[in-house]
Design a protein around this ligand. Structure first.
Ligand code: HEC
Length: 252
């Protein structure tokens, strides 16, 4: 038994040590997101701008396989706008009568496809590195949106050139080097609302968009949490009144 407890204690020390071993990167600065805190909500205008950055820049290398085009109605696009966006993408169709694979125009029920037919092709076009699917990256990386914002918005030096290994220095990436060329430069996209497309603006907007992609139900989750707390408070009050009533005639 003693041994068991001792090994448990040893494990408890080991876990943070291994977590540290992978993290030789800089901690990203904390950004003030509209969705932070218990009352936090997404800023729809920001999400729409983030979508524009994703489509205009990131989608050249990264897919979003868990985001369906029609999900975009939740951030304020109309059915027709969703249809028009989907029509810009090509997805795998059924096999034809000869058994050969076909492609077709994407429909609102499809998800954002990867621009590459498979991982091997993706690596071959990116110096051997895989541009991962971005659907869940805001939840799967420590510091989520702060990390993405720092990685693409702050981490590259101006006019960064790759080093001798073909990698770019970026202190926010584990190991300090990344195969992704700096994706953003001023005016890389033209925002529909006329916002100036600086690197800082675009990296913030697309990070917020990727947070929404990874957790579209964040607002509902927070609302339920608040209702549960309210309910528990009322219940506590009721129990207290009951207790007073029940014990009122009992001698102390
Ligand atoms: C030219 C292709 C290309 C473009 C455009 C591009 N990326 Fe990447 N991205 C890559 C590659 C390749 C990797 C893998 C890097 C590695 O493993 O070193 C990557 C990795 C990433 C990662 C993961 C880093 C990690 O922790 O592993 C994130 C997040 C990311 N990209 C976000 C973006 C965003 C957001 C955009 C749009 C603003 C974007 N990328 C545009 C090629 C690209």
């Amino acid at each position: 038994m003693k041994r068991f407890i001792l090994s448990l204690a040893a494990l408890a020390f080991l876990v943070p040590a291994t977590a540290h071993a992978a993290g030789d990167q800089e901690v990203p600065p904390e950004h003030h997101w509209s969705f932070n805190g218990i009352f936090g909500t997404y800023d729809r205008a920001q999400l729409l701008r983030g979508l524009e950055v994703y489509r205009g820049v990131c989608a050249n290398c990264h897919g979003l396989k868990y985001v369906r085009f029609r999900d975009l109605e939740a951030i304020g696009l109309s059915e027709d706008e969703v249809k028009a966006i989907a029509a810009n993408y090509t997805v795998e169709g059924d096999v034809d009568s000869f058994g050969d694979p076909t492609t077709r125009e994407a429909k609102p029920f499809d998800a954002f496809p990867s621009p590459f037919p498979n991982d091997e092709a993706a690596r071959a076009s990116n110096g051997g590195a895989l541009p991962i699917d971005l659907s869940l990256v805001a939840k799967s990386r420590v510091h989520g949106p702060d990390y993405i914002h720092a990685l693409i918005g702050l981490g590259y030096e101006e006019n960064a050139e790759p080093g001798p290994t073909g990698l770019y220095h970026n202190p926010y990436m584990a190991g300090g080097y990344i195969a992704m060329p700096p994706p953003l430069f001023d005016d890389a996209v033209e925002y529909h609302d006329g916002t100036a497309a600086t690197v800082e603006q675009m990296s913030t907007d697309v990070s917020a968009f990727l947070m929404w992609a990874a957790e579209p139900k964040l607002e509902a989750r927070k609302a339920i949490g608040l209702k549960v707390i309210l309910f528990l408070l009322v219940l506590t009050g009721l129990f207290y009144v009951c207790k007073r009533k029940l014990w009122a005639n009992v001698e102390h």
